[in-house]
Design a protein around this ligand. Structure first.
Ligand code: PLP
Length: 380
């Protein structure tokens, strides 16, 4: 009955666990959720006020498909921070970064093409690649190297069309350094490949510096840079992302958007202008809290015998639980016996089978309690 296309993909594992957890919550259980991929902070007030003002002023209609000019201008200015030169006309505002990623894969990949994903990778890349008819090629990264890819030339074939880069990364929090990005850029240039660079966690970084691969020599003409408001400004429910790309790709993404979402929500875009042009202290405050939570979680896990890499960015730790069973078994046990929701690592690629992802987008008090419960189930 259903299309082959949709049969190629599976339900989002991160959403499935949070749905299960929500069910238990509705049944009155006190669930500690380490599975969500969103900041628990409220959107900063000045951003909310700007959206309310837009509503009061009647800005409730369709906007240009590319986004309102004020926002595209603010994004063009923001890209200068990344050493990316893009005019407002070279930017598309999308309903979430996810929509930009979906449009970019549909715009660049054909049936039978291959796209390189660094394993483990965020869940939706694989599905986007498959929906576009292409094949994901997993390139394993090693936890000992901080989940940073090494030379992957042997995975490049005549069919390779796209490399997906995500730094800082979900689910590992890895931050790619200059040498790693240079390696990827060299391979992309030598083999005439596109790069999709997902930089939504750019601002949530504790060590090292965020670098955009589009700022490397010869990369602007082959890179689609995607970013968004969800993570940096705690705006997940606003559904706002953006991208810049070479003109033909941007035009193709725009066509897809015109015939699917039309445009991003009008008043949300006015809020986003305030996010980019207003005070940025709100980000530093959130990052400082995330850093404290990261340290609490990583140290706590270590003290109960679960060693893991201290992530340099984003708000997740990727923990090897192989000594207690597969990531799926452990996630189910933790949910059913301790009411602690984590995400099974296999959702993020073949190398994640023995891992779980723990999101620390929850308060320090809940992290401490969650650690106690995890210890109770796994250690006894
Ligand atoms: C790596 C990565 N990219 C993109 C997204 C989607 O962001 P948005 O809310 O802007 O669609 C997420 C959300 O979890 C993510 O983790």
């Amino acid at each position: 009955m259903l299309s082959e296309r949709v049969n190629r993909i599976e339900e989002s594992a991160t959403l499935r666990i949070s749905d299960l957890a929500n069910k238990l919550k509705r049944a009155g259980k006190d669930i500690i959720s380490f599975s969500v991929g969103e900041p628990d902070f409220t959107t900063p007030q000045h951003i909310i006020d700007a959206a309310k003002k837009a509503l009061d002023e009647g800005r409730t209609h369709y906007t240009p498909s590319t986004g309102i000019p004020e926002l595209r201008e603010a994004i063009a200015n923001k890209f200068k921070e990344n050493d990316i030169s893009a005019s407002p006309n070279e930017i598309i505002v999308t309903p979430g970064a996810k929509q930009a990623i979906f449009e970019a894969t549909l715009a660049t990949l054909n049936e039978g093409d291959e796209a390189i994903l660094f394993d483990p990778a965020w869940v939706s890349y694989e599905s986007c690649v498959k929906l576009a008819g292409a094949k994901p090629i997993w390139v394993k990264t090693d936890e000992k190297r901080g989940f940073i890819p090494e030379d992957f030339l042997e995975s490049v074939t005549k069919k390779t069309k796209l490399i997906i880069v995500n730094t800082p990364g979900n689910p590992t929090g890895a931050v790619f350094d200059e040498n790693t990005l240079k390696l990827i850029a060299d391979i992309a240039r030598d083999h005439d490949l596109f790069v999709l660079s997902d930089e939504v966690y750019e601002k949530i970084i504790y060590e090292g510096k965020h670098l955009s691969i589009a700022s490397f020599d010869g990369m602007p003409e082959r890179t689609i840079t995607v970013n968004g408001f969800s993570k940096a400004y705690a705006m997940t429910g606003w559904r706002l992302g953006y991208a810049t790309a070479p003109p033909e790709i941007l035009d193709a993404m725009l066509k897809i958007q015109q015939h699917s979402a039309s445009c991003a929500t009008s008043f949300a875009q006015y809020g986003a202008v305030a996010a980019l042009t207003g005070a940025q202290e709100c980000i530093a405050e959130m990052v400082s809290e995330f850093r404290a939570r990261r340290n609490l979680l990583v140290d706590g896990l270590k003290s109960i015998g679960l060693e893991c890499t201290r992530p340099k960015g984003a708000f997740y730790v990727f923990v090897n639980v192989g000594q207690y069973g597969s990531g799926m078994d452990v996630a189910e046990r933790l949910l059913n016996e301790a009411y602690v929701a984590v995400t099974p690592g296999g959702a993020f690629g073949p190398s994640g089978t023995n891992y779980v992802r723990i999101s620390y987008a929850t308060s320090q008090a809940r992290i401490s309690e969650g650690l106690e419960r995890i210890e109770g189930v796994l250690v006894g």
